[in-house]
Design a protein around this ligand. Structure first.
Ligand code: ZN
Length: 506
């Protein structure tokens, strides 16, 4: 134990797909007594901002690393999104056609450990020594054990960690208890998509998690570790109910857009689209991102000679309100992202840009718009002050916009687009429509979703407690990438240089 350490061990639970307002409501109603006790006696925040777009990969991996997407040959996570095309900058022509990564395919889930790249480190990799335990955590790089046998059952996620404290020799040859344990519960997300955030099955699963947590606490007390172990809880994103579902397959067909299939070497576009849509198009080849002019007069591979204006086509998708794309010749250290915006029920397109400069923690962004601010920041006294045409850091955006919709989105959009694996045009319906479209198919008709920048999808719980060494405090706001540096600081450790979040105790 280092001199500055407050605790000897940390345990983190990531409950997938839980809104802060829902978890805190259940705690206030007495339905989650164990979580409530941890929150009451420790650090709690019901206004923790996750990364944008609010989708499991990358939000979950951003929690695990304390970092965000970026220009990954130099900085940041190499996993920009749940789905991506492996395009590099400069283009890597080693394969004829770049592959599509899709983490919803079970065979690809664990590939995230390699995909994420060398310029970020998991919490496990950030501790110089000690035993590391991952309990069903897909991103487990640096953990001595990755226990994934409990895929269909929630209780073992908690029990695995309890066993490690009762009988560490079972997992670790030095017979020492784990310094860092992370338990990840994907089941909450599965039920939320199918049944919804207000369904009894979803609520009961959270109640079960609380019960299993209670059993773990009992074992920590019995084995004498409770007093010097911290228990923390976070989620990767919230959720919402789209107003309408819509099948996009016929729309794309009618517009001459043919899904890209790398193995068959065919197709002229790729898309995955819940309520936020990610569109990829070939430039010079599929290895190159297209230039703006190429997207304005797109010559689709495989059909006729007629050129298409892709921007015009994408505006015809029902419900589209926002459109984002990068400027030509953007550099990792400096560039421009274009924003187009349509008011509800209006055909008028309003223009804006986000300019960015710098890397990692030092990234600064500037938001400039033609007429009105699109995000409603002007309506709030605190956030209106940041509409000053000047460059601002992530912390400044967070401070100014944490109480509004689209919290810190100006910082987040460039981090996404800097990644060469990011898409060419991103659109959002703000949750009015959901499409469940993935690479040529409408896959499922889930009535519930998450991905948008509105608060219901962006605000998650942040709880750190357990040991009495943890100060009692309520934070007005924080962000999900603050979890890892805070836990490391409780262990007396410094976060890796790649970490963008900061300890809430600093
Ligand atoms: Zn998730």
């Amino acid at each position: 134990m280092s001199r500055s350490a407050k605790v000897n061990q940390v345990i983190l639970f990531i409950l997938d797909d839980v809104r802060a307002e829902h978890l805190f409501k259940l705690m206030n109603e007495g339905k989650l007594p164990n979580m409530a006790r941890i929150a009451e006696n420790g650090i709690k925040c019901s206004n923790c901002v996750t990364s944008y777009p609010s989708i499991t990969f990358p939000c979950y991996s951003n929690i695990m690393t304390g970092a965000y997407s970026g220009y990954f040959p130099k900085e940041g996570s190499a996993v920009p999104m749940y789905h991506w095309i492996d395009r590099m900058d400069p283009p890597s022509m080693s394969k004829k056609f770049p592959f599509i990564r899709n983490y919803s395919e079970r065979k690809d889930v664990l590939k995230i450990n390699k995909d994420i790249g060398k310029n970020v480190k998991t919490i496990f990799e950030q501790a110089p020594e000690g035993n590391m335990l991952s309990s069903t955590c897909f991103l487990y790089r640096g953990a001595h054990f990755a226990l994934a046998e409990s895929f269909f059952d929630v209780e073992p996620i908690f029990k695995n960690i309890a066993y490690a404290f009762e009988n560490p020799g079972k997992y670790f040859s030095n017979k020492e208890v784990p310094l860092i344990s992370v338990g990840y519960v994907p089941h909450t997300d599965e039920i939320m998509h199918k049944k919804g955030f207000d369904h009894l099955d979803y609520i009961n699963l959270l109640i079960d998690c609380d019960k299993y947590l209670g059993s773990l606490i009992e074992i920590l007390k019995k084995t004498g570790f409770f007093a010097n172990t911290t228990i923390s809880i976070i989620s990767d994103h919230g959720n919402f109910k789209p107003k309408a579902l819509f099948n996009l397959e016929p729309f794309f067909q009618q517009n001459g857009l043919i899904p890209y299939v790398p193995k068959k070497a065919k197709g002229n576009f790729d898309c995955n689209f819940g309520s936020v849509g990610f569109f990829n198009f070939p430039g010079e080849t599929w290895h190159h991102h297209p230039r703006i002019q190429q997207m304005q007069s797109f010559k689709p591979i495989g059909i006729g000679k007629q050129s298409l204006n892709l921007f015009d086509i994408l505006w015809k998708i029902p419900g589209v309100r926002f459109m984002y794309y990068r400027n030509d010749d953007n550099k990792p250290e400096k560039g421009i992202i274009h924003i187009k915006y349509k008011e509800k029920n209006s055909e008028k397109i309003i223009n804006g840009i986000i300019e960015y400069e710098g890397f990692g923690k030092d990234q600064k962004t500037r938001y400039v718009f033609d007429e009105n601010d699109f995000y409603g920041y002007y309506k709030n006294e605190k956030s209106a002050k940041i509409l000053d045409n000047k460059f601002h850091t992530l912390e400044e955006w967070l401070k100014a916009t944490n109480l509004l919709n689209f919290p810190m989105i100006i910082d987040q959009i460039p981090r996404y687009f800097k990644n060469p694996r990011s898409c060419d045009i991103m659109v959002s319906t703000l949750g009015t429509y959901a499409f469940e479209y993935e690479h040529g198919k409408t896959i499922e008709n889930h009535p519930f979703s998450h991905d948008i920048g509105l608060r219901e999808s962006m605000i998650v719980p942040f709880i750190i407690g357990g040991s009495t060494e943890i100060p009692q405090m309520e934070l007005k706001y924080c962000k999900t990438t603050d979890m890892v540096p805070t836990l490391l600081s409780l262990l007396g450790l410094k976060p890796d240089i790649s970490v963008i979040g900061k300890s809430v105790l600093a």
